[in-house]
Ligand binder design. Structure first.
Ligand SMILES: [Zn+2]
Ligand SMILES: [Zn+2]
Length: 721
């Protein structure tokens, strides 16, 4: 008899002990009764019953069922680390990490795995004389090379299980493990910079080597990835490539597949079904997938023989999850690479301050790509338009920008107008009584969308019809304030009636098919002007694009969020990096009221390092990350009084705790005080020592679990403060 400790999907930190007749493995999926209900649990520890002394054995229940799935040890270990570091319950962390189908009892009963087996002729088989046209054909093919179950099925035109069993039983064929992907389309030669990096990292396979790849836009980071991937495949290892949510996975996957045609590549993003996700999980675990290309959740994918992790656009905020388990996939990837002793490559044209600081501390190796990969492509010229001299029109565009667009389309080249707000205008207002389009659920304004004639809240999704008159004073003349993509699109269509304009934002472009269509239209020169949000900034390559115009970019300069200017610099670097990637030179126009602001000065000079040094200095002076570690305690409730009560309680608790080497800021209302009908407050903790921050959180946690009348969450290393 054995005692097994189980964790369940509950927010509590403790585990539960049960009896088992069998010595189960760590990570084993079982079901057991908890609070009189059958639930799925996972084994985190096992002892022989006679060694167990916590309770009398007759107080323990037996587990009810043992299921076939086991989470591999390194993933259990990763979950344990994440639970401790992010102060989240161990059980909930495991449930977050696994495919949804494993979370519920018997929900995966109907899944049949694709057959991945391969077969080859035996010595006996080579002299065998099958009868019938189809079987002879199959035998000839097997004589040339081994075949997969799928290939045999295609040859026969029917399910081949019976035939395979017959042939196996009389020794004509034998089962073999699938051949490893090794060939690569090698028509592309790496340039000198790329080759050097590929070589160095290639010499560090099989050891922990955290590499920060800083490559300017268009410098061919993907080529470095592909050639490294090839090296790792030759070593018969698997690869995990993490990419931001918004990136075009189908396009990228196709590009990878074209270069390593025999590699088994799987994509994991939000469009993948639960069933497919589970199958991919199993295949990676069993070593039947060579490469996973996925968004942040893929960091929890088990691999039989992981050999390399790549984090592309490592600075991207979508690697951080902002609810439930608030983890950062890049940071977990570093931990995973370290425990597996494998290299990790984190790449960006605008690396995060955290990663650059890690390089300065000697924790990361830095590799640079300073030249654009297309040999005669140069960085675009960046022109700053001072809006105090050139006022903007009703759509937010200045005359110099308008002239540049006109010239660009007359050259039959593509122009991109970037504005980071979708909809027509961010506010609808009545000038008579001062009414504005406030969301009833949030402390935010409803955005006016003219195409659907609706007011929409971009935070909670609430929408209403646009009122025909002011709801307060019945004035019929309502005004829009500010600019969005729809207003720009409308204005440009009037201004350039012969130009073809496409708007790219979350309202128009949501599915991968939309992107494919867009690519086709652009390649066929069917579009003259693109109007879009930052969706356009990342990872897209439009060869004919030679002009980028940035509208309304000043907002981030004076934000309450200390990361806003870093984010803006990154987005603008990415957007401006789109211009002139092929042989044609590019031009960028940035409209601002603050042309002397250091951010624009650095942008204009393409001086990322100057910007980084300037920002690091500023952060150091203010004791902000990466010079300090932060955590947020977040409170939220539908009842405002309870929120205020909890904030008050929290400030009393803090006085009782040992706050050595830690700054505890008083609880305050969140910047977005009301969101989706919930009132929100937060308390910021900051320390120069990670250990002290965690020890404070450990002291705090028991008190937090007593504030159980509202939602309390801890966010370690928050990206939004
Ligand atoms: Zn009014
Ligand atoms: Zn709202």
């Amino acid at each position: 008899m054995y005692v097994v400790n189980l964790v369940f999907d509950i927010p509590l930190h403790h585990h539960y002990s049960y009896l088992s007749h069998q010595p189960l493995e760590i990570g084993q999926r079982v079901s057991a009764k908890l609070r009189n209900k059958e639930q799925i649990g996972f084994v985190i520890a096992i002892v022989e019953a006679n060694q167990f002394s916590d309770y009398p054995l007759d107080k323990l229940q037996h587990i009810s069922n043992i299921h076939s799935d086991i989470i591999p040890k390194d993933i259990v270990n990763l979950c344990n680390f994440a639970a401790t570091y992010y102060h989240h319950s161990y059980g909930s962390t495991i449930f977050c990490a696994i495919p949804a189908l494993l979370r519920k009892i018997s929900s995966r009963a109907d899944i049949t795995l694709p057959n991945n087996k391969h077969y080859q002729l035996t010595k006996t088989g080579q002299t065998y004389k099958p009868r019938g046209k189809k079987l002879i054909n199959l035998w000839h093919q097997l004589n040339l090379s081994s075949l997969s179950w799928q290939q045999i099925k295609e040859t026969l035109g029917v399910k081949p299980d019976k035939l395979i069993n017959d042939w196996l039983s009389i020794g004509i064929i034998s089962e073999i493990s699938p051949p490893i992907a090794t060939n690569i389309a090698t028509d592309i030669v790496a340039n000198e910079e790329q080759a050097k990096i590929i070589n160095i990292i290639g010499n560090h396979l099989g050891e922990f080597h955290p590499a920060l790849l800083y490559g300017i836009t268009g410098s061919g980071k993907t080529e470095v990835f592909l050639q490294l991937i090839h090296k790792v495949l030759l070593n018969k290892k698997q690869i995990l490539v993490l990419i931001p949510e918004i990136n075009l996975t189908p396009q990228l996957a196709a590009r990878f597949q074209a270069r390593v045609p025999s590699a088994r590549i799987k994509v994991l993003n939000s469009e993948v079904s639960e069933k497919e996700r589970y199958i991919t999980w199993l295949q990676a675990k069993d070593g039947e997938t060579d490469l996973i290309l996925g968004t942040r959740l893929s960091i929890f994918t088990p691999f039989a023989r992981l050999g390399l992790i790549i984090v592309d656009e490592e600075h991207d905020a979508s690697f951080k999850q902002n609810d439930s388990l608030r983890y950062h996939a890049r940071d977990l990837a570093i931990y995973r690479a370290k425990t597996l002793n494998i290299p990790i490559m984190m790449a960006s044209a605008t690396p995060s301050l955290e990663s650059l600081y890690n390089y300065k501390l000697g924790k990361f190796h830095l590799y640079k790509l300073t030249k654009r990969a297309v040999s005669n492509a140069i960085l675009p010229e960046i022109n700053i338009v001072n809006l105090t001299h050139y006022p903007v029109n009703q759509a937010g565009i200045s005359n110099p920008a308008l002239d540049a667009i006109k010239n660009c389309i007359s050259r039959k080249e593509l122009a991109l107008v970037f504005i980071n707000r979708r909809g027509y205008a961010p506010i609808l207002s009545c000038y008579d009584c001062g009414w504005i389009s406030q969301c009833k659920n949030c402390s935010s304004r409803m955005v006016y969308h003219n195409n659907s004639n609706k007011l929409k809240c971009h935070h909670c999704g609430y929408q209403t019809r646009v009122p025909s008159a002011c709801p307060k004073c019945h004035n019929q003349y309502l005004h829009t304030i500010g600019h969005g993509t729809q207003k720009l699109e409308e204005f440009l269509a009037n201004q350039f009636p012969n130009a073809k304009i496409r708007r790219i934002d979350r309202d128009t472009t949501n599915h991968k098919d939309d992107w494919q269509e867009l690519y086709q239209e652009i390649n066929q020169h069917k579009i003259d002007i693109l109007v879009g949000t930052q969706m356009l900034a990342k990872g897209h390559d439009f060869p004919n694009l030679t002009l980028v115009v940035g509208i309304n970019i000043d907002n981030a300069l004076f934000s309450y969020d200390f990361r806003a200017s870093e984010d803006m610099f990154n987005i603008l670097t990415q957007v401006t990096g789109r211009a002139g990637r092929a042989a044609k030179p590019g031009q960028v126009i940035l409209q601002t009221n603050y042309p002397d602001h250091p951010v624009y000065q650095f942008l204009q000079k393409h001086d990322f390092e100057g910007f980084i040094n300037y920002t690091l200095k500023e952060r150091k002076q203010n004791q902000l990350p990466p010079f300090a570690y932060q955590a947020l305690v977040k409170l939220s409730s539908t009842n405002e009084k309870q929120l205020l009560r909890a904030m008050h309680e929290l400030s009393i608790i803090n006085k009782k705790l040992n706050c050595k080497n830690i700054t505890v800021f008083p609880p305050v209302p969140a910047v977005m005080y009301k969101l989706h009908n919930r009132y929100r407050g937060q308390m910021l903790l900051s320390s120069r020592s990670r250990e002290h921050l965690h020890s404070y959180l450990n002291q705090l946690e028991p008190f937090l679990s007593e504030i159980n009348y509202l939602t309390v969450a801890i966010d370690v290393d928050p990206l939004e403060v």
